[in-house]
Design a protein around this ligand. Structure first.
Ligand SMILES: [Zn+2]
Ligand SMILES: [Zn+2]
Length: 363
């Protein structure tokens, strides 16, 4: 069993010159002071990112081996668990904007992240992207474009994910379908005899073994439904993962996983079953495949808890809540947006008028 880990992520990073808090500067490996400009290098781990043995962690005792306590703020409105690595004065839930009360913070255990993908985009860049996106929207109400975004509600958030590795072994039985063609004769509508080629499939029973290494099956560890990160934004280059160092969290919000390791593992097993099915089909070959039975075995299973960056902004427009997301690594953007009824109404009306005119002139 591993020795208890050092309590390191609660250390406050204070500036040597002025005592202010140091915050991680996106795209760099430094933490900086906003007041005097002092910069400090983050001590980067040079060892490869650690994978943890899964079986041991699925038992409670094992899970404590690489855990530590952090303070968590629980949103009463949407249930998000968030950890903030700074001495904030006021804070709102990153997902729904509900005010959070500092005194409500609870200390909880979490499995230490094994790796983090540090923010590459600054908050200002994220806000600029949002503004550009709003300006490029067709059919958006004019006053939305004018509406400025409150930076207080645009937060950089580290999302929790599990990744699983395993050596996969499988046995399958099924059938391979090969296409062949037959010439059939038939009568057409006028009663004449015609011929046509018809595609048929010949099925041959087949069984076999597959095996291989499954690397980094990524499983979302957040139960969050309000403001769920859209697919287009939830794509990161995992090659840029760094060994976990809490300095990367300084100045950002970190969400604690709400999907426990055990449940994440069940989902990973489903995913690995799908992978095994693809491998079996490739192994079967032919034009079509049937997989009737598939038994899989996962060995040397390892996992890690990782944090991935995203900017979230919840904005209210005429009583409705919208949210937008910017990937904190590559800047891809997505969001829910309002439509202007009048703009669409007049566009449709103009279309009808134009059509009417063309029709009249053509006569
Ligand atoms: Zn300073
Ligand atoms: Zn909330």
């Amino acid at each position: 069993m591993t020795e208890p880990s050092i309590q390191k992520s609660e250390l406050k990073k204070a500036c040597k010159n002025c005592g202010a808090e140091l915050k991680y500067k996106p795209g760099t490996t430094t933490i900086t002071c906003e007041y005097c400009g002092n910069q400090e290098q983050i001590a980067l781990e040079t060892d490869p990112i650690k994978e943890l043995p899964l079986r041991q962690f699925l038992q409670e005792k094992g899970a404590q081996a690489n855990s530590e306590e952090i303070s968590i703020l629980h949103c009463k409105n949407c249930g998000a668990n968030q950890h903030v690595e700074e001495n904030y004065k006021s804070l709102h839930c990153v997902y729904c904007g509900t005010p959070l009360i500092r005194e409500d913070a609870k200390t909880e255990q979490w499995i230490l992240p094994g790796a983090v993908l540090p923010f590459q985009l600054t908050q200002q860049e994220a806000i600029l992207r949002f503004k550009k996106w709003v300006n490029g929207l067709w059919w958006a109400p004019n006053d939305l474009k004018k509406a400025t975004l409150d930076p207080q509600f645009t937060k950089g958030l580290y999302l929790p994910y599990w990744t699983f590795d395993a050596q996969l072994y499988g046995q399958y039985s099924g059938a391979r379908g090969d296409y062949y063609y037959e010439t059939q004769s038939y009568k057409d509508s006028k009663g004449r005899r015609q011929t046509r080629r018809v595609r048929k499939t010949r099925w041959i029973p087949i069984s076999g073994n597959i095996s291989g290494f499954v690397d980094d099956t990524l499983i979302n560890a957040s139960k969050q439904h309000t403001g769920k990160v859209p697919r287009g934004v939830a794509l990161w280059n995992l090659k840029k993962l760094q060994s976990f160092e809490s300095s990367f969290l300084a100045g950002f919000v970190t969400e604690k996983y709400t999907i426990p390791l055990k449940d994440g593992h069940l989902e990973a097993q489903e995913e690995m079953r799908r992978i095994a099915d693809t491998w079996a089909r490739r192994d079967i070959g032919g034009d079509e495949q049937r997989v009737n039975t598939l038994n899989i075995n996962l060995e040397e299973e390892t996992f890690k808890h990782i944090l991935l960056p995203v900017y979230i902004s919840a904005y209210r427009y005429k009583g409705n809540e919208y949210s937008f997301f910017v990937n904190g690594e590559n800047g891809s953007i997505s969001g829910k947006r309002p439509y202007s009824f009048w703009k669409i109404f007049f566009a449709v009306l103009a279309g009808i008028l134009l059509f009417g005119l063309v029709y009249l002139f053509s006569k």
